[in-house]
Design a protein. Structure first.
Lengths: 343, 300
């Protein structure tokens, strides 16, 4: 037992150190710079680090090829899951603790611990940790390797949050976007947590899903040696290497493109969207979106008649929305108005 | 557990991967204390069958009993009595040989430190060496040590000698397998999947040959050697046209004929003698030759 726990912690050591480094980015923050923008950066770094840590729990078994040997041992699947999940949770608590300590000291304006814990950054940090824990465990077991699991563990909760925010905003306009995001992340965490347990119990040693998620498309570029035949196959090593790398990296290309598309609406309205060429599209957007679907940023745009948002709305607004929308510049003058309130 | 009890019982095992039928209706029974060979070409379905035994892959049809238990329902109880060496051995790279063995021992109730010491010495494995710096063959050796030290009732080996050099292979078979089977009070069973059959020639008691997921031949090794024979004959002149339909393979070189037969050797010998053939040699086939000749066996 002791050997197994030690092994779990040792397997998590490298990603844990990286997560710790990312979680303590607040150490480099200098008072006087934009606090909101900094908070966004800190939370984004924390999220990345925690997801990386979470996918390593089972991901290392796949990457080291030890999963067969592990599952061949006389240990119940539920106990195996429990040991891994507990070790991961402990490692995450360490990272979260370091994050909170560093942020607490960086935000010099907060005088007490209880005052700090009431801060949005502490609550969102906790929510992000739970989301990363459950999502990382579940998606690694589902996808059988770390790269795709890392991307999907980032993209899935964001997509879910955006969808729920939009749909919820349509049907329950009195509820703020923060509520929908909280609901999305809590539901996602619950489902993913239970899903990881279920997947571990029913794990089958097949490679089909793994390959399909890592290389979803059969990528044959004529110019890169994919379709060359006969004597043309020789002497084009560099091109073949590039073709191979493009093939290997396709999950990264696809997922980064999806991430870009998810966040593009936060930046587009103030720039391309309002130019003459985009007038019809802008009209369509105004007709269909009472507020721009801008992800975390969108949570800050409230129709002026909407009542004061609850605490989580406020948290998301301060942490994600304002900094992003400041970059969008002219957005405040648009129909969905940016509501800025003092804490 | 006595020598008549059944360790592995598979009936009508089927497993598909998409449109590919990896295993199609395999039946086999392995009794306690036997060394059972599971032969087949690459992609024949050997590893899939083994993974079904270990509940690593769920079969689409058929039943599996291990020690009279269902490995899906009693996974821990079944695995507590067996050890498995996969075809692709992987270890945590930061662990030393000693740590790897300690780690695997942590799953077991029983571990024989004397066997561990002896095998480490025999394989010249340095306990302080990192697993990442071991060669492929040394990793296989380490996996074998980890599998044998808990002294399980059943040892499942999936291509155990691939990656080992010929000297270590012989060492492995003669010492490790021999020591494992002869040790302890209870009969110990080995289920070995391989296509390097010649190395296990003297150890195999019974075997099954599968091809494209189908069971081709299941026999006791001695009975198979008795049944499958190679007959070499020489004719004084050009061999006449004979009805040799009982032979699996016929090869002619000048005045000499070589026949592989699956039973009925006596009838063929009589026929050949009646046609003035001089019997040069009539001998049993080795298991490897039987495996090679099995390609000519009629399919069900």
């Amino acid at each position: 037992m002791e050997q197994r726990i030690r092994k779990e912690f040792r397997a998590l050591l490298a990603p844990w150190l990286l997560a710790l480094l990312l979680a303590t980015t607040a150490l480099w923050w200098r008072p006087g710079t934009d606090e909101n923008a900094a908070s966004v950066l800190w939370l984004a770094c924390l999220s990345l680090g925690l997801v990386l840590l979470a996918v390593a729990a089972f991901g290392k078994e796949f990457s080291h090829g030890t999963i067969h040997a592990l599952l061949g041992q006389p240990i119940s699947r539920s106990r195996l899951w429990l040991e891994k999940a507990a070790a991961l949770a402990l490692a995450m608590v360490g990272v979260l603790l370091a994050f909170n300590v560093v942020v607490y000291h960086s935000l010099g304006a907060v005088n007490s611990l209880s005052g700090y814990l009431a801060q949005p950054v502490a609550r969102v940090g906790l929510l992000v940790s739970v989301t990363a824990w459950s999502g990382g465990l579940c998606l690694t077991l589902l996808l059988r390797q770390m790269i795709a699991a890392f991307w999907i563990a980032i993209l899935l909760p964001i997509s879910l949050g955006l969808t729920l925010e939009y749909v919820g905003g349509k049907f329950f306009p009195t509820q703020g976007p923060g509520t929908w995001w909280m609901v999305a992340l809590v539901v996602y965490s619950g489902v993913a947590g239970l899903g990881s347990w279920w997947l571990c119990l029913r794990y089958q040693d097949t490679q089909r899903l793994r390959d399909r998620t890592l290389y979803p498309f059969r990528f044959r570029l004529g110019g890169f040696g994919g379709r060359t035949q006969g004597s043309a196959r020789t002497g084009n090593g560099t091109r073949a290497m590039i073709g191979k790398e493009l093939h290997l990296q396709q999950i990264n290309f696809i997922c980064s493109l999806v991430l870009l598309l998810l966040f593009a609406p936060a930046f587009l309205p103030g720039t391309l969207w309002e130019s003459n060429e985009w007038k019809p599209a802008a009209g369509w957007r105004r007709r269909h979106f009472r507020r721009a679907p801008t992800g975390f940023a969108g949570m800050a745009i409230q129709p002026s008649e909407v009542a004061t948002p609850p605490v989580l709305d406020e948290a998301f607004r301060r942490l994600f929305a304002e900094p992003v929308f400041r970059r969008a510049g002219s957005l405040a003058s648009q129909r969905p108005r940016l509501v800025v309130r003092d804490a | 557990m006595n020598t008549h009890s059944t360790v592995i019982e598979i009936r009508g095992l089927e497993r598909r991967f998409g449109k590919t039928d990896a295993v199609r209706g395999v039946d086999l029974t392995v009794r306690a204390g036997r060394c059972y060979g599971f032969f087949g070409r690459n992609g024949a379905g050997k590893t899939t069958t083994i993974k079904c035994l270990l509940n690593l892959i769920r079969p689409h049809a058929g039943t599996i009993r291990m020690f009279g238990l269902d490995p899906r329902k009693d996974e821990v109880a079944v695995k507590a009595r067996l050890a498995y060496v996969p075809d692709a051995v992987g270890f945590y790279p930061w662990m030393t040989v000693r740590e790897v063995l300690n780690y695997f021992a942590s799953f077991r109730r029983h571990w024989n430190p004397r066997t561990e010491r002896e095998l480490l010495q025999r394989f010249s494995l340095d306990p302080a060496k990192k697993a990442a710096s071991l060669s492929k063959g040394q990793k296989t050796q380490l996996a074998l040590v980890a599998a044998i030290c808990p002294e399980p009732d059943l040892l499942i080996l999936d291509e155990p000698t691939s990656g080992l050099d010929p000297i270590v292979r012989r060492e492995f078979i003669q010492t490790v397998i021999g020591a494992y089977q002869s040790g302890g009070d209870t009969p110990r069973t080995i289920f070995v999947s391989t296509h390097l059959i010649s190395e296990f020639e003297g150890l195999i008691d019974e075997f099954t040959i599968i091809e494209q997921g189908r069971e081709l031949l299941t026999m006791a090794a001695d009975a198979a050697r008795e049944r499958f024979r190679k007959i070499q004959v020489r004719f004084p002149d050009v061999p006449p046209l004979l009805d040799l339909s009982g032979a699996l393979q016929v090869r002619q070189e000048g005045r000499e004929l070589e026949l592989l037969v699956n039973g009925g050797a006596e009838r063929l010998v009589e026929l050949l003698r009646a046609n003035s053939a001089e019997i040069v040699r009539s001998e049993s086939l080795s298991l490897e030759e039987i495996f090679l000749a099995s390609g000519a066996l009629p399919r069900n």
